[in-house]
Design a protein around this ligand. Structure first.
Ligand SMILES: *Cc1c(COP(=O)(O)O)cnc(C)c1O
Length: 523
């Protein structure tokens, strides 16, 4: 690298590396990545460092002078990896985080090297066509019409945002594209509907981003199996319409966040059709399950949704970021986002133009996300993907069996997809916990704290990463098994550890409280 001396006019300043140096450094990086993949099964899943400790590692003044690339790259080993939570570990079960495919890693490097921007066709002809093709493949995989529109987004939240905006642009009683929410004399609030228990918070974020107000998301009561009660939905729609509110979109959960529930989509589609509402299927975590013939019946009606969100960075194991939106009628998506400016097109239309994705979503410049999906789908094939999904389902069914056979754990639902919630609740507490009295409240409060402590303890142990959530108001252990690396042996190992932690924390709780007994602990 040439240093820029004072007075240098920078005409020759070339900050690229010479090819041989680049090759050597590239090999170094490939070695680091390979070693990482070799060790990912054994690494502590969570670094167990505080944010202050991690922040200290990166305390460093802005570099005034350039540094040696090899030294910089080696900081990946000395600073980054030791402070990393290994989402790629087979025993990482937090949030809904996919494990990251190797083809995805290679694709990311290639995509970065050419620096394509498929916001428009001209700067990225191949990237645009790969995206278009991959979207059609994903539609085909899940049984959605393959002539749909759609594109890759940063994630499910942005896919939901894009979908709900398109819903409003196409279903509102006046042209919100020009007048937004500010049409003179307009009355009535725009309303979105989703189920109360399992509806995802990203929809609330969307209502927020659209300035509809978070209260514009109406929570429809759900049934015992956590799916939306369609009778309740119709009653709510009737009530709101008679109050002159403006329902415009119903969001169905396709694989819900705590229990993997799938809303009755045929029913939602029918209700939406009859009332002129937009049916958006939020399948960020679950829609890809439709590729399994044995699960297809759960997904009946998905093909009738006006739009579908599906996150390749979840159950397709693609490295971050990668969400995806499918829209049945691509023209409706274009109507929502199309805008132009002289500098976006050039003035002379020629045969050298094509699909400009900037007309179909809020983003203008975009990354070449499609490549990692395209390459991974080609690597595994639909058949390989079905095998991986089934492996995750088997793991969850196995976990459910372990829970049901154990006297220490309480099952809370039947497994549908790859997300499973349950709680540590030894039998001796369960009868008391089911009553509705003060004692039951105390027992449950104790179990809530205990389950939280179990999750905290297993994280710090480094063996596995498990988080809690709330199901029917109680703290539960929630495992999202969407790693292509997880095996039945991992589930066994983790379940043994949970049992062991549960027992020891339970007895600690008891002894610490002496006479007031186990559920008297106050934090
Ligand atoms: C994860 C998830 C989202 C949000 O997706 P991001 O990719 O995290 O933005 C939305 N809906 C559901 C059902 C999800 O599981």
């Amino acid at each position: 690298m040439k240093a820029a001396d004072a007075g240098d006019r920078f005409v020759d300043l070339d900050l690229d590396l010479d090819p041989e140096t680049f090759r050597r450094l590239g090999h170094l990086v490939v070695d680091m990545i390979t070693d990482y993949y070799k060790s990912v099964r054994e690494l502590p899943v969570f670094p167990s460092r505080t944010s202050a400790e991690v922040s200290k590692v990166f305390e460093e003044a802005l570099p005034e002078r350039g540094q040696d690339p090899e030294i910089i790259l080696n900081e990946w080993l000395s600073k980054v990896l030791p402070n990393t939570t290994h989402v790629g570990s087979p025993r990482y079960f937090g949030f809904v985080n996919g494990s990251g495919t190797m083809m995805g890693t290679l694709a990311e490097a290639l995509a970065a090297s050419v620096n394509m921007n498929p916001g428009a066709w001209k700067p990225a002809p191949a990237a645009t066509e790969i995206e278009r093709r991959t979207i059609a493949w994903i539609a085909e995989l899940i049984g959605y019409p393959t002539d749909c529109g759609g594109l890759f987004t940063s994630g499910g939240t942005m896919a939901n945002h894009t979908a709900v905006l398109a819903a409003m642009r196409n279903s509102a009683p006046y042209d919100t594209t020009q007048e937004g929410l500010q049409r003179k004399g307009h009355h009535g609030r725009f309303m979105i509907y989703m189920s109360d228990h399992e509806g995802h918070v990203s929809i609330t974020r969307v209502a927020d981003l659209m300035n509809l107000g978070r209260r514009a998301v109406r929570r429809v009561p759900s049934r015992n199996d956590f799916t939306m009660d369609l009778g309740a939905l119709e009653r709510m729609l009737d009530e709101d319409t008679s109050r002159r509110e403006i329902p415009f979109c119903v969001v169905g959960q396709v694989g819900s966040i705590n229990v993997g529930a799938i809303d009755p989509m045929e029913g939602i589609a029918r209700i939406c059709r009859a009332r002129g509402l937009w049916f958006h299927a939020d399948g960020a975590c679950g829609a890809v399950g439709a590729m399994l013939p044995e699960k297809r019946s759960l997904y009946r009606g998905l093909d009738q949704a006006d739009s579908v969100t599906l996150d390749p960075h979840k159950w397709l194991y693609i490295p971050y970021e990668c969400g995806c939106l499918l829209v049945r009628d691509r023209e409706k998506l274009r109507r929502a986002f199309s805008m132009t400016a002289p500098y976006l097109r050039g003035t002379l239309p020629t045969e050298y133009t094509g699909l400009d994705y900037l007309e179909y979503s809020p983003q203008m410049s975009r990354g070449f996300r499609a490549l990692k999906v395209w390459m991974t789908i080609k690597h595994y094939g639909a058949e390989g993907y079905r095998r991986l999904l089934r492996q995750n389902l088997q793991c969850v069914e196995h976990l459910d069996r372990l829970v049901r056979e154990s006297a220490d754990f309480e099952p809370l639902h039947r497994p549908t997809l790859f997300i499973y919630s349950f709680r540590y609740a030894p039998e001796k507490y369960r009868t008391a916990a089911r009553e509705s009295n003060v004692k039951a409240e105390e027992v449950n409060a104790f179990l809530d704290r205990l389950n939280q402590r179990i999750a905290d303890a297993i994280q710090v142990s480094g063996l596995a990463f498990i988080m809690t959530s709330r199901v029917r108001g109680r703290t539960v252990l929630r495992m999202s098994v969407c790693s292509h690396r997880t095996t039945l042996a991992d589930i066994d190992l983790v379940f043994r550890k949970l049992t062991e932690l549960g027992r020891s924390l339970e007895s600690e709780g008891t002894s610490a409280q002496g006479e007031s007994c186990c559920y008297g602990e106050r934090s």
